[in-house]
Design a protein around this ligand. Sequence first.
Ligand code: ADP
Ligand code: MG
Length: 252
Amino acid sequence: MRVPSIAIKNVTRRYGEESKSFWAVRGITLDVYPGEVTVLMGPSGSGKTTLLSMLGGVLAPTSGSIGVCGTRLDRCDEDACQRFRRSKIGFIFQNFNLLSSLTALENIAIALSLRGADSASAEAALDSVGLASKAGSYPHELSGGQRQRVGIARALAGDPPVLLADEPTAALDAAQGRRVMQLLRQRTQERGTTVIVVTHDPRVREFSDRVIEMEDGRITKIVRRVRPEQAGRQALWTVSRSGNVVAEVGGI
Ligand code: ADP
Ligand code: MG
């Protein structure tokens, strides 16, 4: 039996105090498996970033349980959450979040040293995204696509078991977006990494194993994509929230 790397049970998140509070996540139960790319889609304000932040140990749930790689995040204090983030999570941000006064290589090396990993592997990380020749370049000397690849190299450096990406292709053109998703897909397959991508971009579906749709803080639909190399032919199924197949979408 497959063991989920992420187990979310009845999770809610409220912002603000009693009278003016807003429930951004209203009861989510979901298992996520290693070696899979899971895409979270949904309109703006549906709670995607809130959910992703809880999975990364940045935001505590209001209720419910969240287990990621064996750590119960709903029971962690701030120190434990920080240790968890550094050892288990690679974050990829929409706006790259590179430090402008550091070179591409230094941006990665500093992330590695925060993780307690050998910063010498920064070069290999940069090479893995095809940017070895840009090691000494500062962010303002790189194109948007190159900056995003540095951001990805930083997230991949040290080989964290979970990669969380919030709108990673939003600032990129179609070709750059494809390359970014190919990279994430490749890493998932080679290392069994758990990848969750929040996106508005329908083109990202193609690189996923599962698409989860959210609305008003709830999951409304889960579509599992059986990849051609797995099935020998292409197929899509709609599955219910409990994970049972309820309707076939694509033909097999
Ligand atoms: P998405 O990423 O799907 O656009 P978010 O998770 O960012 O959605 O936000 C979900 C809802 O929670 C939105 O209505 C947003 O306005 C609200 N929200 C997000 N962050 C905060 C916050 N820090 N304080 C109050 N409300 C927030
Ligand atoms: Mg968001």
